[in-house]
Design a protein around this ligand. Structure first.
Ligand SMILES: *Cc1c(COP(=O)(O)O)cnc(C)c1O
Length: 229
């Protein structure tokens, strides 16, 4: 468990970016592939704001074991239409809204469950086809739709940086999300404060580009081994 080291690195990056310590950078511990015991252990060692999970089935299994006292969970993986209801039952936040159809479906089912759901729009800033997220071109239309849906509360945006060692390319991707967010704040007049960007390998670059929430798995828990949980 590298909790102290991780927080030291977050703070250092924040200082380098010239951002005040009053500006909190939220910590999402990405717990995919980790057992409930590992998650409880992590909570003891550090101040975690959220757990992030990618797969509904895995989250459902773990949720049943977790106990009722828990920090909020965020869905950070792609959401399939047929899993929306389950996702809304388990997750406190859905960070991977990437199409109008999905947004409308989440809105409708949230209404049936008498819930208001806090969401992020996921943007594909790397241009990599394997990555989910709305494209730059369709971004404004999606924002306009989401803010009009009564059971969704748009809090901001998420992106996954490109898979490359090239630091300027990674920063360009994060800067793109920041720019899109600034545009959306101006056009909507909403605060939309959350910029969820930065993982184990690139969170410092993300903080330099204005990240307000990092999502860290490997650095906290060690390398992932895919198994059935
Ligand atoms: C797995 C995952 C992470 C965490 O990645 P690490 O490299 O293990 O820190 C963050 N965000 C998303 C969307 C992920 O799927």
């Amino acid at each position: 468990m590298n909790a102290e080291e991780i927080f030291a690195r977050i703070n250092k990056a924040r200082e380098k970016a010239g951002r005040p310590d009053s500006e909190k950078i939220f910590f999402t511990a990405v717990s995919k592939t980790r057992t409930v015991d590992e998650m409880h252990e992590a909570e003891k060692f550090m101040c975690i704001d959220y757990f992030g999970e990618n797969r509904i089935q895995e989250a459902e299994n773990k949720n049943a074991l977790f106990g009722s006292r828990r920090i909020p969970w965020r869905l950070i993986g792609h959401l399939q239409a047929n899993k929306v209801r389950k996702a809304l039952e388990i997750f406190d936040y859905i960070d991977s809204i990437d199409s109008i159809e999905l947004a409308q479906r989440v809105n409708r089912i949230a209404g049936e469950l008498h819930k208001v759901t806090h969401v992020l729009i996921e943007v594909n800033t790397s241009g990599e086809e394997s990555k989910s997220g709305v494209s730059h071109q369709n971004f404004n239309e999606l924002v306009d739709n989401v803010i009009g849906l009564e059971n969704l509360r748009l809090e901001g945006f998420m992106t996954v940086g490109p898979l490359t060692e090239n630091q300027s390319e990674i920063r360009r991707s994060f800067a793109e999300l920041r720019g899109l967010a600034e545009g959306a704040r101006t056009s909507t007049g909403l605060a939309l404060p959350v910029l969820s960007m930065g993982m184990s390998d690139d969170f410092e670059l993300a903080i330099l580009e204005g990240s307000t929430m990092v999502r860290i798995g490997t650095l906290l828990f060690g390398p992932r081994v895919y198994k059935n949980i």
